[in-house]
Design a protein around this ligand. Structure first.
Ligand SMILES: Nc1ncnc2c1ncn2[C@@H]1O[C@H](COP(=O)(O)OP(=O)(O)O)[C@@H](O)[C@H]1O
Ligand SMILES: [Mg+2]
Length: 281
């Protein structure tokens, strides 16, 4: 089933004279884990905002084409209705915290109380996400006392508690140290394995290669490619689009070693090791 359908999407921010998104069309199936890559200003964040309806409802501007999330047309739906289907996690977890709640538990309860769920359901959902995101040990802490990785996992927990079918993350670990990043990525992977459709704008290509089943490559608001990480990272013109392939891919490219039985280069450590061992014999 198609969870996301984007058809001929064009978008220009108010007061801007160029298109931020220029005729994008792509579809995402239920349960896929999609990466969005491209250099700065390519349009990654704008695509994320278009999936949750901030484009065009919050930012306004000139909008053409269609975005459907779980069958709902974004242009004709309220952000409140869209948010029941699509949850968004921003770059900086600080911007996502209410700032008015004394504990992690209350912070996660906030959205659930807002939509008027009964108390027992709220408790059940909070217990579930505290366990899933591995933050039960900090449930009574003040949100602002958390580490970056914990705070971002709390933000994701608040979103997941709302049970969206689609999770959109815009460079969710760019403010975190490597340990915090790992915590967040393993949480996202767990959600993906449970069948949530994930869209991740990301500049850490090793992570995109490791987790995403397809990659959308953007350049100046246009779609350059939408294919498997192997295909996209093996493109000869990748660097023309401001993207540097994972280190494993660059090494294998330099040595001229492709993935066994494929016309592409390895993109993960595991595949690179296999291909290199194959050469040694
Ligand atoms: N709030 C905004 N107002 C006007 N222009 C914007 C705004 N946000 C982004 N843009 C422009 O839209 C284009 C795409 O930006 P963005 O989606 O943020 O790219 P990325 O996330 O890939 O760095 C860029 O040219 C950027 O300058
Ligand atoms: Mg961005």
């Amino acid at each position: 089933m198609k969870k996301i359908v984007v058809e001929g999407l064009k978008y220009k921010y108010p007061l801007s004279d160029k298109l931020a998104l220029n005729d994008l069309s792509f579809e995402v199936n239920e349960g896929e884990f999609i990466g969005i890559i491209g250099k700065n200003s390519a349009g990654k964040s704008t695509v994320c905002q278009a999936l949750v309806g901030l484009v065009p409802h919050f930012y306004k501007g000139a909008y053409g084409g269609k975005v459907l999330v779980d069958g709902l047309e974004v242009k004709n739906s309220s952000i409140a209705d869209i948010s029941l289907k699509v949850g968004m996690v921003f770059q900086n977890p600080f911007t996502q915290v209410t700032g008015s709640k004394m504990t992690v538990y209350e912070e996660i309860a906030f959205g659930l109380e807002n939509i008027g769920l009964p108390r027992p359901v709220i408790i059940e959902r909070i217990d579930y996400v505290l366990d899933l995101l591995k933050i039960e040990q900090v449930k009574d802490h003040n949100p602002f006392d958390l580490s970056g990785g914990q705070m971002q996992r709390m933000a994701i927990a608040s979103i997941i508690a709302m049970q969206p079918d689609i999770l959109v993350l815009d460079e969710p670990t760019s403010q975190l140290d490597p340990a915090g990043s790992e915590e967040v990525f393993s949480a996202i992977q767990k959600l993906s394995k449970q069948g949530i459709t994930v869209v991740l704008a990301e500049h850490k290509m090793e992570k995109v290669a490791q987790y995403c089943n397809r990659v959308l490559l953007l350049h100046e608001g246009k779609m350059v490619d939408f294919d498997t990480p192997e295909k996209v990272f093996s493109r000869k013109d990748l660097e023309d689009h401001g993207v540097v392939a994972p280190v494993y891919t660059r090494l294998c490219k330099a040595l001229g070693i492709k993935k066994a039985g494929s016309d592409c280069y390895p993109v993960t450590l595991e595949d690179a090791e296999k291909a290199l061992r194959g050469q040694i014999g």
